[in-house]
Design a protein around this ligand. Structure first.
Ligand code: 2RA
Length: 344
């Protein structure tokens, strides 16, 4: 007997990706239940070659459900995740609502798989922010090899990270430029078509944005609190795929060749680094892929043990839906969650 798994926020960008990936990876589910707010109830969503009807998150009884993959936003998660967890259903939450709680594990399976063991306190496990997930997949093997001292990240984040409205805004503004219609800003504070915006999420008192703060806090929580890290997060007019230019300073010596070999063997990483025209990966090529792609690996001669790398990944997959499903797979593989209908 397999698992019963709910997907909350099933009509959103990430929720739909979760349903696709559950089917693609043959997650051992007997039943998959798409959930959303009352206004989406009755809508159809795809799960493999089947069509499922969306049900109401607010009236659903979670007591017979093993997992809830939650991608319904922070406010919904704050309210519902504890209630769902209390019904014995393990929540894997894609919002930022629980990531920074000391008693909620924040997990990327390639980086800190053992952290899942702590989930029983609340029955909630947090999925990191998309820009952090791909970053730590690449940093972890390098940290193990030469101990990272400091990281400077500039992100180039696609509009799908901002949801469907953000994707529509890029599409509509791009079209408007070509047909000479007025440009309308709804989701972004400045025009996104043919532009870049150094602002994602809200501003904080120190002048950083919340997106930048998330990269710092989450990298420290999952990888090493001693790592010094700073970030500039930028929205770019790309539909899917986040890129990051990353400068890393190490305690110990590490050459570009050594880093390339280490990353080639590292879980979740795929090195494409040919040092020739086109010998690197761009966001457009990573859409629909599971890997974290690493290119442009080179030494930074301005510091003692420094490297520069370029990281690209599909933000809806490794940055969100795929990572959540990998966490569920890890819980199953370790026997930490067993199917309720099997135990009965
Ligand atoms: C973004 N990081 O790209 C967010 C999504 N989680 O806006």
């Amino acid at each position: 007997m397999g698992f019963k798994i709910a997907v909350a926020g099933a009509t959103g960008n990430v929720g739909r990706e979760m349903l696709d990936i559950l089917a693609e990876r043959n997650f051992p589910a007997d039943e998959v239940v798409p959930l959303a707010s009352s206004r989406s109830v009755g809508r159809d969503v795809s799960y493999g070659d089947r069509t499922l009807k969306v049900r109401n998150l607010e009236t659903y009884d979670f007591s017979g459900t093993d997992f809830c993959l939650m991608s319904a936003g922070g406010k919904v998660s704050e309210k519902w995740s504890p209630k769902i967890g209390a019904q014995g259903c393990v929540v894997i939450d894609n919002s930022s609502a629980w990531r920074y709680h000391a008693d909620v594990p924040l997990v990327v399976p390639e980086v800190n798989p053992d952290a899942v063991e702590g989930f029983t306190k609340r029955n909630i496990i947090a999925n990191p922010n998309c820009s952090t997930a791909q970053l730590v997949v690449a940093l972890k093997p390098l940290h193990d090899a030469a101990k990272i001292r400091r990281v400077v990240v500039a992100t180039y984040q696609s509009v799908s990270g901002g949801g469907k409205d953000a994707m529509d805004e890029l599409f509509n503004q791009t079209r408007a430029v070509f047909v000479a219609d007025p440009i309308e800003n709804k989701k972004f504070t400045k025009r996104i078509a043919f532009n870049v915006i150094p602002h994602i999420d809200v501003f904080m008192d120190d002048g950083y944005t919340k997106e930048e703060w998330k990269v710092l806090a989450e990298t420290k929580k999952m990888l090493d609190p001693k790592i010094k890290i700073t970030c500039t997060a930028v929205r770019v007019p790309v539909f899917i795929g986040h890129a990051e230019a990353v400068n890393i300073e190490f305690e110990n010596e590490i050459s570009a060749d050594e880093a390339r070999d280490i990353l080639r063997d590292a879980p979740g990483c795929l090195v494409v680094d040919k040092r020739e025209d086109g010998g690197y990966v761009t966001p457009y090529e990573c859409a629909g892929e599971d890997a974290t792609f690493i290119s442009r690996i080179r030494e930074d001669a301005t510091v003692e043990n420094g490297l520069n790398i370029w990281i690209v990944s599909d933000n809806l997959r490794k940055g969100a839906a795929l990572n959540a499903i990998q966490i569920a797979e890890l819980l199953v593989a370790r026997g930490l969650v067993t199917a309720k209908n099997q135990a009965a």
